[in-house]
Design a protein around this ligand. Sequence first.
Ligand SMILES: Cc1cc2nc3c(=O)[nH]c(=O)nc-3n(C[C@H](O)[C@H](O)[C@H](O)COP(=O)(O)OP(=O)(O)OC[C@H]3O[C@@H](n4cnc5c(N)ncnc54)[C@H](O)[C@@H]3O)c2cc1C
Length: 548
Amino acid sequence: MSLPTAAALRSRKLAEIQNTTYDLLIIGGGITGAGIALDASSRGLKTLLIEKNDFASGTSSKSTKLIHGGLRYLKNFEFGLVREVGHERAIVWKNAPHLVHPEKMLLPIVEGGSLSKLGASVGIYLYDYLAGVKASERRKMLSAEETAKTEPFLNKQILKGGALYTEYRTDDARLTVEILKTAERFGATVINYAKAEKPVYQGKKIGGFEIRDELTGDTFSVKASGVINAAGPWVDEIRKADGSLSGKYLKLSKGVHLVFPFKKLPVNQSLYFDVKGDKGRMIFLIPRGRAVYAGTTDTFYDYADNPNVTQEDVCYILDAVNALFPEAKLTENDVESTWSGVRPLIMEEGKSASELSRKDELFVSETGMITIAGGKLTGYRQMARKSVDTFLRNTPELQAKCKPCFTETIKLAGAGFESKTQFLQTLKDSAGQIPGSLLVLESLFDKYGSETDVILNMAYDIYSENRTLENPLVLAELLYTIQHEWVVKPSDFYNRRTGLLYFNRPKVTETARLIDAHFAEWSGFSPTQWAEFNKQWNHEYNEVLNFQ
Ligand SMILES: Cc1cc2nc3c(=O)[nH]c(=O)nc-3n(C[C@H](O)[C@H](O)[C@H](O)COP(=O)(O)OP(=O)(O)OC[C@H]3O[C@@H](n4cnc5c(N)ncnc54)[C@H](O)[C@@H]3O)c2cc1C
């Protein structure tokens, strides 16, 4: 196939960036930066987003992957936050229906747990009301017998009842990538493996950044009328470089998730339950395809880079799950994969990690650099609107040419369909001509939505060139993510675009030879660089099961 390689696509973009002056430079390609890129570009700003690693490689691929209504915030009486995220949740669902799935969540009420039947009933009623949950999705209280019937593997000896309410499941990294793809359609430029190193000033005001290409080590300067720092757990590093780290600062809290094969814990729906022996803390158990994942821990942590999974983290989650599902008898050997991320929280003296607010905060430095910190996946759109509003208020010459925020009505890339069932029906004919496609069509759609069509066409072309291929679809997925989703390294593909590292490790092994045979060629990087990428990937693949 005569498509440009990843390296060629990248050098074209780097040349364009070095020859352009931008209205706005965004640092950080997690969900916050992605949301800002979409907001700014759709309003008409010439926008550049740089990410030092891969997009969503920070906290935005390490969350519990829920578009929350924010039930847990009720405990801290953060009513405003529950209302805001409830409203936002409905918007994210409307704009990315292929990536956001409303699902029932069971909250078992157990002996010695943090919630009484009455407490749960009133709390979830209030939550439904504040979050604007529609009538058909409102909470249903269950007796102990009904709860046991809903989830037969639960520990019946401690069960007092249960509540069913609605949460929305997503894929955080894919959501981030779809927002970035949409921003690009509005004219934004986004680039991964490009690190903001040193601020550049025009007089006393910030006017760009010195950037390091993390793949070659080259550095260059980018000019922009303004800078928004959306570097998540790293925002204070950027504030420090700008000489503006004072007043409030970040406190990081680590959260670990463990993944098990679904057959070891075949739950009927997601659950949110008390951690035995850690009063007041609750964790999630969420089925996803052939896997089920549980988390999270919440402990202060000092470093933003590569938060590790410790033996203690593993025991904490295993004990909590086994207490509720004693028959599962889960051990460390059942852990198929893990991930660990850090929450960028705003420090408040005397509070524990769980007590710190998940609210976002915005700081404007004397040099004019805007920093947006804290917050949630769910609230990304509002955080983006606030950041861009602030930038425009401080830059009246640009405000005059910009539209007001209208991201509420922007359908994300992949959302170009009316009904999933009908869309899948229209794809069945073309899928039928490609080996192995019909079986995985729906899971492909749940990742790429209406773009599945493009992937199937690529698979058809690949298969036409070589009819002996057993799995042309996985190659097409790789090619699509290189051409349209900035995939450079194996980890970008296996971890953040497809989720295989976490949710289907057997498929990683199964497809490794086929993928390897094409990836190096389609990537276009030198053999030395490619060997280095592979070394990093092998390390990451093993590291998720290395508990220190
Ligand atoms: C365990 C856990 C569970 C969570 N669960 C949920 C949930 O279920 N629902 C929910 O709504 N929220 C959840 N959250 C919160 C949510 O994940 C975060 O609020 C959100 O992902 C933060 O996104 P961000 O873009 O601000 O940060 P990040 O995703 O970390 O993005 C910041 C990016 O900046 C880049 N960067 C840093 N320095 C530089 C530099 N110098 N130059 C260029 N780029 C740079 C980083 O590489 C990184 O990719 C959870 C968080 C954790 C840790």
